[in-house]
Design a protein around this ligand. Structure first.
Ligand SMILES: NC(=O)c1ccc[n+]([C@@H]2O[C@H](COP(=O)([O-])OP(=O)(O)OC[C@H]3O[C@@H](n4cnc5c(N)ncnc54)[C@H](O)[C@@H]3O)[C@@H](O)[C@H]2O)c1
Length: 449
């Protein structure tokens, strides 16, 4: 294998590697584009035929990858997509970026990784490198991926190279992308680690590649990063509830604490945490920890506090309406923002959806507007699937729509929202984002978390 390892390193150095990216979603497509831009040939694999066809026409479904960036790479033959795996036999490196959601019982759902590895296994050629990039619990690369790839008789370390490298992409982040975010890499052995470093050196400068002793450390590193955020957000959310009871403005407190130049970094309250990562990944670790008779109390506590925030937000709205002699039952409420965070189009696990569900469950008439999310499905947490989940479509944001609401709930501060205009036209504005504190108040009432 040492000959083929040297071959891989030389090919990577001279950009003669072909890279297969498995799963062309929020993570995989930007990665495929970055590799193609770096000058290597990229083959994208996805089970979604429509997605694959669109990519082959040069049309992107990911806002962070404009079609004007994708199309020239497709036209130049540097990037192509397919729904089938056999072409992976031409690839020197394969990076797996498929989803890792959880089940209804909040257990890891590794079925996508398993399916991708089963399809990939027959096409991993001698000396090729496989890198798992999906977020998962420590042990997945060695305990799950490795045996599936070895099922045909090939041996990791002897016949092919295997590593884990976490994805750190932050959708919508204009400052940090794949080209300037340091990579953490952990191979199952020295050769795998070295090859994975050489692969990612195509994207980031070598000094921004941090090699660790093995896949488990790299897998745990990603979970630490996300749990760090989850726990700190939960801390500030809990203090927000206390401050509300004590009549203290949490936003003013955070601004004040942020003046400390060391030992403090600000986290902000919100109507909950959303997305595919922070509300999901910590559960992967809690689940795995139980195998070791270990109970991850911080993770559970953070999830408990964060998942209470949509209810807290709705209670604040209900109290404010009550003060105006208006019950929540039958109140017209417009939620602004349905994505899980600012300036993105992804509504997965968005707190705004939870807020809408709770409002509807308590009898409010709920509409929403989000320029980036045309429609949403409001599946109830304990939905049996017997009846279809209610669908809502984004309503136009007009002066009449805003002025006719009993309350407008600003759940996501998309930068296109005209805050002074909203303040001017809303009778009652619940600002769950803190953004209104930078503007003079309009004629209506503003409440903040
Ligand atoms: N989205 C983020 O911001 C982010 C950030 C860091 C890490 N991650 C992690 O990256 C992984 C991927 O997340 P994502 O947001 O890109 O998911 P996604 O749902 O946007 O994309 C996944 C893609 O994989 C495809 N796919 C599913 N099964 C497949 C298979 N067997 N073979 C080939 N393709 C298959 C799907 O069709 C989809 O296009 C997850 O583990 C996630 O936790 C995501």
């Amino acid at each position: 294998m040492s000959g083929s390892r040297a071959g891989f390193l030389e090919k990577a150095r001279t950009k003669r590697v072909t890279v297969a990216v498995i799963g062309l979603g929020y993570v995989g497509l930007p990665l495929a584009v970055e590799f193609a831009r770096a000058g290597v040939r990229v083959l994208g694999i996805d089970v979604d035929g429509k997605r694959v066809q669109a990519i082959n026409r040069g049309e992107s479904h990911i806002p962070d990858v404009p079609s004007r960036d994708l199309a020239p790479l497709v036209q130049a033959g540097r990037l192509s997509a397919s729904t089938v795996y056999p072409d992976c036999a031409q690839a020197d490196a394969m990076v797996i970026c498929v989803p890792t959601p959880f089940t209804r019982m909040k257990a890891p759902d590794l079925s996508y990784i398993e399916a991708a590895c089963r399809s990939l296994a027959p096409h991993v050629v001698r000396g090729a490198l496989v890198v798992l990039q999906s977020t998962t619990y420590p042990g997945t690369t060695e305990e799950l991926v490795r045996p599936i790839l070895e099922a045909g008789g090939r041996r990791a370390g002897r016949d092919f190279l295997l590593a884990f490298s976490p994805e750190r992409i932050d959708p919508g982040n204009k400052q940090f992308g794949a080209h300037n975010t340091p990579k953490v890499v952990g191979g199952i052995d020295a050769a795998s680690g070295e090859a994975a470093c050489a692969l990612f050196a195509l994207l980031v400068p070598p000094e921004q590649i941090h090699r660790v002793s093995g896949p488990k450390v790299a897998e745990m590193c990603k979970l630490l990063e996300n749990i760090f955020r989850s726990v700190n957000i939960a801390l500030v959310n809990e203090l927000t509830k206390l401050c509300e009871r004590m009549g203290i403005d949490i936003w003013e407190v955070i601004d004040a604490a942020s003046t400390k130049p060391f030992g403090f970094m600000p986290f902000y309250p919100g109507p909950g945490v959303g997305g595919h990562c922070i509300p999901v990944d910590p559960y992967y670790l809690s689940w795995k920890a139980r195998e070791y008779d270990f109970y991850t109390k911080f993770i559970e506590l953070a999830a408990e506090v964060n998942s209470s925030m949509p209810f807290f937000t709705v209670n604040r709205i209900a109290e404010a309406l009550n003060r105006r002699g208006k019950p929540l039952l039958g109140a017209r409420i417009l939620v602004l923002g349905a994505a899980f965070k600012r300036d993105i189009d992804d509504p997965r696990n968005a707190p705004a959806l939870e807020v809408m569900k709770v409002l509807r469950a308590r009898g409010a008439e709920v509409g929403y507007h989000d320029p980036h999310v045309a429609e949403v499905s409001l599946e109830a947490p304990h939905d049996t699937g017997a009846s279809p989940a209610p669908h809502l479509r984004s309503v136009p944001l007009t002066e009449h729509t805003v002025a006719s609401q009993d309350c407008v709930c600003l759940a996501v501060a998309h930068s296109v929202f005209d805050i002074p205009w909203l303040l001017k036209h809303s009778r009652l504005l619940m600002d769950a984002t803190g953004v209104t504190r930078r503007f003079p108040q309009g004629h209506g009432t503003v409440i903040r978390l």
